[in-house]
Design a protein around this ligand. Sequence first.
Ligand SMILES: Cc1cc2nc3c(=O)[nH]c(=O)nc-3n(C[C@H](O)[C@H](O)[C@H](O)COP(=O)(O)OP(=O)(O)OC[C@H]3O[C@@H](n4cnc5c(N)ncnc54)[C@H](O)[C@@H]3O)c2cc1C
Length: 472
Amino acid sequence: MPEIETDYLVVGAGASGMAFTDALIASSDAEVVMVDRRHRPGGHWNDDYPFVRLHQPSAFYGVASRALGQDRIDESGINAGFYERATAAEICDYYGRVLDEHFLPSGRVRFFGMHDHLGNDADGHLLRSRVTGRTTTVRVRRKLVDATYIESSLPSTHTPGYTVDSAAVVVTPNQLLGLDEPASGFTVIGAGKTSMDTCCWLIEQGVDPDTIRWIRPRDGWTADRASIQPLRLVGAFVEWVAAQNEACAQVESLDELFPTLEDRGAFHRLDPGVEPVFNRGAILCEAERVMLREVGNVVRLGKVNHIGADRIDLDEETIPNEAGHVVVDCTAAGLATPPDRRVYDPDRITIQWIQAGIAPFSAALIGFVEASREDDTDKNRLCTARGFSRRADVVSYAAGWLNTQRGFLLWRAEPDLAEWLSTCRLSPFGNAGPYLGDPATREALGRMVGAQSPAVENLQRLLAKVSSFETA
Ligand SMILES: Cc1cc2nc3c(=O)[nH]c(=O)nc-3n(C[C@H](O)[C@H](O)[C@H](O)COP(=O)(O)OP(=O)(O)OC[C@H]3O[C@@H](n4cnc5c(N)ncnc54)[C@H](O)[C@@H]3O)c2cc1C
């Protein structure tokens, strides 16, 4: 059995493993072995539905050392006026190039695609090829890096939480592209971003919104794409962060938080008459919200339990499975919601969300801190994990925002980290310098920074009253 040695064994070559490795090798002379059961890097993007695009602009996704896309502002289509967003195919091509043109030529990174990481014993970590069955033992000098902890769940690979009769037709969004006969209509199941993408795609294909039935047990908050923009449009992002800091500093109770954030334009609801109950970071532009509101047949009778040829059993009622309808399963969780754990352990690093909502930034920061600090206690102080909890409720939002703002206060106090932050392309603030000068942006920046500490203090106070929650 072949035996190899490395400083770091990175398990998972998705956005997390790639951004971590890129930042680590940029700031150290470490050697890395990467392993992924998929054949190429890019993680879930390899299996996503073909019409998916990044939810955020490409300008701050990927790895720190290489741009994704051209930093172009789209001139047409639903994204007109906003920074371009890569398709899944473009993202996979990008990560392939990062591997082939940067990691491998560095001579410090080896990649084992189509290999499972099976665990470790006294001899080392065991990798097994899915193609040949051959195993390789990896002796790790420094740390195992678990870049699978927030692995995404996708419609094309997950098992739905309901049963389906063999006579019923249920497809994934990926399979919609294989339809060879027009349907009489579509029943879309799910409340998250995948169901939103699917409804928008169907309407863009010319499907009459009246023939779409959307089983959406709960509504979620959405952030406005106009607010989550970098570079020339970064002023809107600064305003968005300022609005959230001010709301978090001002509210007297967590119950007031989402209504206050909505009043300030930080979050939007899909249906004006329905109060959203969760936030999983979905980003929509106003044109998409208008399009989605055209779907009037929204079924709010709980979750689906069973789909038969002629019936759909929901928590609260059974409804007909319309003849000729194609049922589209959009119930995969997307974002993983494992419990938060310590990022740096003596023999392991667990990549998680450090900053609310931007996975590659968090992974890159963890890599930079690993390369530039010795003491694990110090590293954990700088990188505290706070992910999306399963409930994704106001407590989850408040904890994530608190963690993010407290993080910025800590990072700005360390000169090397402050310097890294100001140039890292994975945050809208990196490289934003030249665009922060206009008076409105400067004013918003002042409010954003001024409200940061009060927001942290108030959120700490409010979260301390939540018995099920411990602040990190
Ligand atoms: C449709 C969609 C759109 C999104 N848009 C955005 C966005 O715009 N911005 C954003 O920040 N986030 C977005 N996200 C969130 C997303 O979770 C992150 O961006 C990021 O892609 C997650 O990367 P990851 O590497 O943690 O996980 P994954 O991409 O799931 O990668 C994990 C990898 O680990 C491998 N693996 C797991 N176990 C093993 C094992 N035992 N052995 C070998 N390999 C293993 C898997 O094969 C996989 O390739 C989106 C998520 C989805 C689903």
